[in-house]
Design a protein around this ligand. Sequence first.
Ligand code: CDP
Length: 253
Amino acid sequence: MARRKLVYEGKAKILYEGPEPGTLVQYFKDDATAFNAEKKDVIDGKGVLNNRLSEFFMTGLQRIGVPTHFIKRLNMREQLIRQVEIIPLEVIVRNFAAGTMAKRLGLEEGTPLPRPIVEFSYKDDSLGDPLVPEEYIIAFGWATQQDMDDIVALALRVNDFMAGVMHGVGIKLVDFKIEIGRIWDNDFMRLIVADEISPDSCRLWDIETDRKLDKDVFRRDLGDLADAYTEVARRLGVLPKNTTPGPKPTLIN
Ligand code: CDP
């Protein structure tokens, strides 16, 4: 088979040219990074788990009418997606205070928020993805006011879906990040959910124990990241067959 053309390589994923115009292949790596890639490691099996989990959330969203870039899973690490023009924003939805919000406002992590809060960071690693107000986004032309209204509505639908699904398996959705892309059907522009939805981009806490089941396990050295993601996949019933990062083989003399 001819080598595929690489379109983009990010910290946790690679995009290749897809088989049809307007499609891409999204490959999930095992690389984990945090603090703008200052902390790095390779976590065996993370890519396989995130490929499955992102498929699970994206197909679930599509079933309730939320448009996403997901077309189909191709294999353990790859999925076919629609090519979009990514809006350079990280759209963050928070249900409970954590991370940078907790720090900024001096709130204890886990404090319930009066309502879901949607905030935006400008996607630029060299600047550390700074938080930006909507006024900047519109003034700099990254999105229009109409886009922003649509993005907030989309983000809140994703939040309701994700929070409900997670609650069903005993997990609290503390916060998450999505990215939004533009696609054109002739002259008609639509905004769809793109990138990935996985424990790399959510904060997920066990409802009973507050055990962290997301990338904070890696950021804060709280244990084995693959174990945490496997637990999320297991509870959701999406554990891939024969690909569980199970126990390491033991050598018998
Ligand atoms: O994660 P951190 O504390 O740096 O930032 P945050 O603004 O508190 O993150 C809110 C949520 O967005 C968390 O679930 C992060 O995992 C996610 N996020 C992400 O996936 N990618 C980023 N570049 C920033 C945040």
